[in-house]
Structures are given as C-alpha cells and as structure tokens.
Design a protein around this ligand. Sequence first.
Ligand code: GLY
Ligand code: MN
Ligand code: MN
Length: 436
Amino acid sequence: MKQSEFKKRRKKLIQSIGKGAIALIGSAPIKIRNRDVDYPFRQDSDFYYLTGFNEPDALAVFIPERKEGEYILFCREFDEKKALWEGAHAGLGGAKADYDAEEAFAIEDLNKVLPGLLENKAKVFYPMGRNSELDHNLLAWINTVKNRSRSGVTAPSELYSLDLILHEMRLFKSDSELKLMRRAAEVSAAAHVKAMQACKAGLFEYQIEAELIHHFIQNGLRAVAYPSIVAGGKNACTLHYTENNSKLKSGDLLLIDAGAECDHYAADITRTFPISGRFNEPQKQLYQLVLDAQAAAIEQIQPGLPWNQAHDASVEILTKGLVELGLLKGKVKKLIKDEKYKPFYMHRIGHWLGMDVHDVGDYKVNQEWRSLEAGMVLTIEPGLYIPADCKTVDEQWRGIGIRVEDDVLVTSQGHEILTSGVPKSITEIEALMQAV
Ligand code: GLY
Ligand code: MN
Ligand code: MN
C-alpha cells in the first residue's frame, strides 16, 4: 500500500473531526505467549489503516490546522542494540521520513507532551474502551490540562468515539484495498483446492490444515486471517471447531473454513466436500440445498438492496428445503415466523470483510438495515448443521454439517465474487477430487 493512500485517509479523518478537535489512536500492544516469547505482532487495524506503521509502542495524534503539523506520531526511538537483536524499527527520523509524520516524539515522552496537545481543544476523538491503559491515561492527561486552567488554558469537555468516523471509512474499500483483498482471496481459494486434492480417509484434520498453511506461506501470506477450521464429520456441527485433531473417515464430509491475510486484509472461505471424493445421497441433498440458498443470497447482493435481504433469501430456501426433505414439518411461512430453522441454521448469512475478518461498519442505520453500496465487501455463508443427537430427524441426516462461504464485493452493477477460484458445485468438486 502506498504512503499516499494512508495520507488520503488521514486527510479525510482530519476533515471529519474538524478544527478544535484532536484524535488519538494507539498501536496494538505486544502480547506475551509464554515467558520471554511473544505472539507474532499484528498491528491494530484502525491504527494501521491511518498510519501504515507496523510497530508496537506507538500512538498517532491528529490535530486539524495545527501549525507545527496535523499528524504527530509517538513511537520507539531508534536503538542500535534493539536493531541488532530484534531488527528494523523506524525511530523518530523514520517516522517522519518514511511514514510522513509531521512531528515525531519518543513514546516515553507521552506524559510530558500529550497534555500540551490537548490544551484548548474542545473535542477528543478516540477509540473508547478498547485499551484500558489509553482510557486511563487520556483522563489523566485531561486532568493535567484542567489543573492548568488558571493559566488560561481550557481542557477538552467532549469525548467522541473515533469508531463512528473511522469504521464508516473502512467499510468502503478503495482500489488498492481491493487489490490486497483479491490477492488474499486468490491465494486462499487455491489453498482450498490443494486441500481438496490432498484429502483422503485416514489423514488427520491437522494434515489438511498443514496443506492450507503451506500454500499461504509459500505465497508470502504468513498470517491466517483467523484460526482455520478443518472439521470432519460431526465436528462440522461445532461452528468454531479448531481442534483439528480427528481422523478423517470415508463417508464423512469435511468442512474447511480458512483464509489468509494479505498485508492486513482478510479472505474468509468455507467449502464442504466428501472425504471419499463422492457425496452420498443425503449429503448430496443437504449440500445442494445450502448451495441453492447461497446462490439465492448472492443474487440479493446489489447496490440499493437492504443488507438483510440476502439473509431472508437464505432462510426461505433452507426452510423450504428442510420441509421437502422431511427435516421440518409444517407450513414454510409459519416455520420461518417461528424460527424453526434455527436449530439447523443458527447464524446469519455473513458479515463485512476487510482488515478484520468480522470487519467494522454498522449493519443498521437509524435502526434500519442499511442498503448495500458499491465498495462494500461481505461474506455470504449459509449453512446447515444437523446435530448428531438430533432425535427429531431421520438418522441419515444426523451429524452432517455444511457451510459454503464466499467473499463478495458490491459493485455499481451488482456484485463480484472474489473467491470463485475454488469449486463448489457437486460435479466440479467430485471431478476435482477424482482427478487426483
Ligand atoms: N471464519 C469466520 C467466519 O466465517 O465468520
Ligand atoms: Mn465468515
Ligand atoms: Mn469463515
């Protein structure tokens, strides 16, 4: 991502908050895994969206129309010993030269510098309640300014959530964001193909997970967007199953929900396919039903249509199908009204997708489901999960879990499926798996 794009975003934010305001946003902290080993660092998405700065111990400050510069970055000072042991870091010089900060201060100087920046600002925008240390420090800095009131300065009196502005910005993806999302989608789709090809009875779920991760990393995408779900048979009925340690059985389905992250942008794909390479009859019927529900939902992804219309379409198809197959009994309309489909389809059709897999952005505006607009990206992921101990349905259906998930961009003409590189029709899946 070019620096000019981050700059454009900062400009927009600075314009939105307006003169007399200040905005603050902190980097992600380092998290300890055990003793002196940290988890791999992942920058806070909001912070990265505005700065492109990929270090911990940093705080970005934005002050419209400030003479000395509107964008101030607090970060770690350059330290040669640190550079030798831990690698490159920008330092104050780099913050200005490489990341376009107009002023840079050492993070250690926060308490000294920040109260001065808050002086005479009426409004403070920051991500409330996300980082208790920042919450606490901000109030302390504001109190410091209040204590200076006798010298004629005023302290901020209004706190605003930065999320409202920032998350609305993040909801609409630019061309350069879409380039990264397309790459994440492409690599992830190819990894699912590899997983289908590698699948056979007797392997363990983690061995299929290894195929996915191998392909991600081979292609330079070293982080998964979320822990991969590789769930054979009834494990697929546990929505967030990530143990991935069971043996794959011929005759079962395998559900894989996995996606890579490309420069902080996620892909999120689910496919379900037969471990043997051939669907049996009940699997085929339930699978086709989920696929039909997905197709009906994807048809509803068009600018101007309300977000929930895709969900409603999926509920209608699935409920109707469950009645036809005998898993539900009664009138479709009444079953939908009474939410009788919910024991088998308990989640919604999908979510916004972007830097976070469950990305930011409101789903309702003024209590109404919002309308889709070009540039939004969302997942469409209907599923059916028939618990293994479900006594109300015929035995043949029990323990089957199916989800099909694609990433869909809303375009001015309708939509574009970003993850079409991995097959999902019964014939395509069986052909791919037979060809191995
Ligand atoms: N992988 C998480 C989800 O599908 O929402
Ligand atoms: Mn999803
Ligand atoms: Mn998913």
